[in-house]
Design a protein around this ligand. Structure first.
Ligand SMILES: Cc1cc2nc3c(=O)[nH]c(=O)nc-3n(C[C@H](O)[C@H](O)[C@H](O)COP(=O)(O)O)c2cc1C
Length: 329
């Protein structure tokens, strides 16, 4: 599988509407869901939690949890619903997640992660359409600064059958930092991800954390198999389009023409009773840094809450952008 370009799993952000939009911009990117706890997959409202549109492929379901049997059941449910990869979260530092003994604190329990990966892998291997089980992790937690410890973690989990690791290339500090600070304060160490690829060339290594431009993302490809973008992809989604064209070929299209491709999806959602604002909240950054970008945001965010808001609002927002000015010239 081609793992060069991917969009990070982000709670409250990478829901199905967001992923459909990102797919239009970047036909070759791997997309990830928000993290869903294995228990929620098993007992919760699957129609809502595992919502996915067929255009999203390839798309990975990210699971949280640390009970191998539950994770295995959730992985089977995800694979049966059509997800192309099941990814285990070993990077989330929130207090709630630590209390549940999953996420980043699992960096300290390589044996448990290995057992989880093995159980998930065995369960999905028995399906008619097996899918890979992958792990997204940090470099370590708190003051772990030994590369060998990180490598030992990876080796233990790889021995259980994981062939691809997404490495958010910084530690998680489990005390005293909020999840947001944990994405900013601990220093980035891309060299560890690069060294992992050098030491274990048979594993697919995707680097994540702080990648903000086309040049930065491209530079990583000289060292690892892929780059995963989170916040930059969300706040400046046109960057995804530029990366997709640069790496996979094709012509760059205007923001307006890309956005208009979303119209049939939006109209289908509206017909099903979804409010426009649930889709348009993910579009606000499309004209990031462009002439009219702020006005585009404003028209969408003010208008999308009004009862009856429909596609005409998106056209009104497009009309205040530089793309409209260019088209009119
Ligand atoms: C709003 C938000 C929610 C996130 N939720 C998740 C999540 O559910 N699972 C996960 O593995 N990482 C989550 N992350 C972390 C991102 O996947 C990524 O590792 C992190 O933002 C660093 O990449 P970036 O600098 O490109 O944003 C989240 C990040 C943000 C900003």
């Amino acid at each position: 599988m081609d793992v060069r370009l991917s969009v990070a799993p982000m709670m409250d952000w990478t829901d199905s509407h967001c992923r459909v939009f990102h797919r239009l911009l970047a036909p070759h990117a791997r997309l990830y869901t928000e993290m869903v706890h294995a228990n929620a997959v098993i007992h919760g409202d699957r129609g809502r939690l595992l919502a996915m549109d067929p255009v999203e492929h390839p798309v990975a379901l990210q699971l949280g949890g640390s009970e191998p049997a539950l994770l295995a059941r959730a992985a089977v449910i995800g694979a049966q619903r059509g997800f192309d990869e099941i990814n285990l979260n070993v990077g989330c530092p929130s207090d709630r997640v630590q209390a549940g003994r999953f996420g980043a604190c699992l960096m300290r329990e390589p044996g448990l992660v290995a057992d989880s990966v093995a159980a998930m892998g065995e369960a999905v291997a028995a399906l008619p359409r097996p899918v890979p089980v992958t792990v997204k992790c940090r470099l370590g937690v708190d003051d772990d600064h030994e590369f060998d410890r990180f490598l030992a973690f990876i080796d233990t989990v790889a021995a259980a059958g994981c062939r691809m690791f997404v490495v958010h290339a910084r530690n998680a500090w489990l005390q005293g930092l909020s999840p947001k600070q944990n994405r900013e304060v601990p220093p980035l160490r891309y060299d560890w991800a690069y060294a992992l690829k050098r030491e274990r060339p048979g594993l697919a290594v995707v680097v994540n954390g702080g990648i903000a431009t086309l040049d930065e993302a491209t530079a990583h490809l000289a060292h690892v198999d892929g780059a995963m973008l989170g916040r930059a992809a969300y706040h400046d989604p046109y960057l995804l389009h530029c990366l997709d064209v640069e790496w996979f070929g094709g012509e760059r299209r205007s923001r307006a023409s890309l956005l208009r491709d979303l119209r049939p999806y939006v109209e289908r959602q509206l017909a099903e009773g979804v409010f426009l604002k649930h889709v348009t909240r993910h579009l606000l950054g499309l004209f990031h840094g462009q002439y009219g970008g702020r006005a585009f945001r404003q028209v969408l965010s003010e208008g999308a809450h009004r009862p009856g808001a429909d596609w005409s609002l998106v056209e009104a927002a497009l009309a205040v952008t530089g793309d409209a000015a260019r088209a009119a010239a």
